[in-house]
Design a protein around this ligand. Structure first.
Ligand SMILES: CC(C)(COP(=O)(O)OP(=O)(O)OC[C@H]1O[C@@H](n2cnc3c(N)ncnc32)[C@H](O)[C@@H]1OP(=O)(O)O)[C@@H](O)C(=O)NCCC(=O)NCCS
Length: 224
C-alpha cells in the first residue's frame, strides 16, 4: 500500500511525494535483522574496550584487535554455515580470518554475545563448541575435541567464564557460569559454576568468597 497525504486545497488524498511506496514486510524484517546484527557487532567492540585496560578508544579497538576481528568474521561465517549451500564458503572465510588474526573459530561453533578474545593468536574453537555470553578467552586457549568421532565433541562454556592463556579445555565438558580456567590448565572434566580450575590435569578449587569479612564485634560484656 502506498502512503498518502491530503491536499490542503481540495482535501483529496494523493500519494505522498516524499515517502514513496511503503516497504514490504519482508524488507522491514530484513532491516530489523541488519540492525540487530550491527548492534551485536557494536556490543563486541564495547566489550573489548571495557575489558582491556590498555584500550584507549573505540577506533583503536576496531582497527587493532585481532581477537575482535575474528569474532566479527565468525558472526558472518556462522550465518553462512546455517545455509547448507554456503558451508564451503563459510569454511574458507574462517580460514582467511585464521590466516589474518591467528584465531581459528569453526563456523559451526555457537558463540554468545560480547565474547572477548584478548591478544588473539593461537585460540582454537571447535565446531560443536558452545560459548556463553561475556566470556573472555586469552591467547592460546583451546576449546577442542578429545576424539575424532562426529557429534558433540567440544566444550560448552557458560556465561562470564574466563579461560586463561594457553589453557586447553578438551572434550564435551561443561564449564559452569562464572568459572575461571587458569593459564596453561588442561581441563578434562566438568568445572562447577563459580570455581577455578588450575593445573594439568586441572584440579577444581572453590573461589574464595568475595563477601566482605564479618566485622569483629568488640562487646565489652564479654570481658566481664
Ligand atoms: C586461575 C586464576 C584465574 C586464579 O586467580 P586467583 O583467583 O587470583 O587465584 P590465586 O592467584 O590466588 O591462586 C590460587 C591458587 O591457584 C594457583 N594458581 C593460580 N593460577 C594458576 C595456574 N595458572 N596454574 C596453576 N596454579 C595456579 C596459585 O598458585 C594458588 O595456589 P595456592 O592456593 O596453593 O597458593 C589466575 O591465576 C589465572 O591463571 N588467570 C589467567 C590469566 C591469564 O591467562 N592472563 C594472560 C594475560 S596476557
Amino acid at each position: 500500500m502506498t502512503s498518502t497525504t491530503r491536499l490542503p486545497a481540495t482535501g483529496d488524498r494523493v500519494p505522498h511525494p516524499a515517502r514513496g511506496p511503503r516497504p514490504t514486510p519482508d524488507a522491514v524484517a530484513h532491516w530489523r535483522r541488519v540492525r540487530r546484527f550491527a548492534r551485536t557487532l557494536r556490543e563486541d567492540l564495547d566489550a573489548a574496550r571495557r575489558r582491556d585496560p590498555a584500550a584507549r578508544s573505540g577506533v583503536e579497538v576496531a582497527l587493532a584487535y585481532p581477537g575482535l576481528h575474528a569474532v566479527w568474521v565468525h558472526r558472518v561465517a556462522h550465518r553462512m554455515w546455517r545455509e547448507p549451500a554456503l558451508r564451503l564458503p563459510a569454511r574458507l572465510l574462517s580460514q582467511v580470518s585464521r590466516a589474518v588474526t591467528g584465531v581459528e573459530i569453526h563456523p559451526g561453533a555457537t558463540i554468545g554475545r560480547r565474547l572477548f578474545i584478548d591478544h588473539g593468536m593461537g585460540v582454537v574453537i571447535g565446531e560443536t563448541a558452545v560459548v556463553g555470553d561475556d566470556v573472555v578467552l586469552f591467547h592460546g586457549a583451546t576449546l577442542g575435541g578429545k576424539t575424532m568421532k562426529r557429534g558433540k565433541r567440544h566444550p560448552t562454556v557458560g556465561d562470564r567464564v574466563v579461560v586463561g592463556a594457553g589453557a586447553k579445555v578438551l572434550g564435551p565438558v561443561w564449564i559452569g557460569d562464572d568459572a575461571q580456567v587458569g593459564a596453561n590448565a588442561v581441563v578434562l572434566k566438568d568445572v562447577p559454576p563459580g570455581s577455578v580450575a588450575v593445573g594439568v590435569p586441572a584440579k577444581i578449587r572453590q573461589k574464595p568468597s568475595t563477601a566482605p569479612p564479618e566485622p569483629e564485634v568488640d562487646d565489652p560484656a564479654i570481658y566481664i
